[in-house]
Write a protein of this length. Sequence first.
Length: 69
Amino acid sequence: MMKKLLLMLSFILVASFSWAQDRTVSGTVTDADGPLPGVNVIVKGITQGTTTHLDGNYKLSVPADAEAL
């Protein structure tokens, strides 16, 4: 019984790590005049993205295999 319980808990632990593959990327979009509000920041190749705030800042959760924004 104890072996089965430990085996099941091990599988659950491994599965939870496989789901936690995203990472958070943040930054500020600016030009020569300062921050740019309302800019779309999108992960290249997929439709996941966000829009910059009034101060040009953004924060986005992206897949670990993402190559570019």
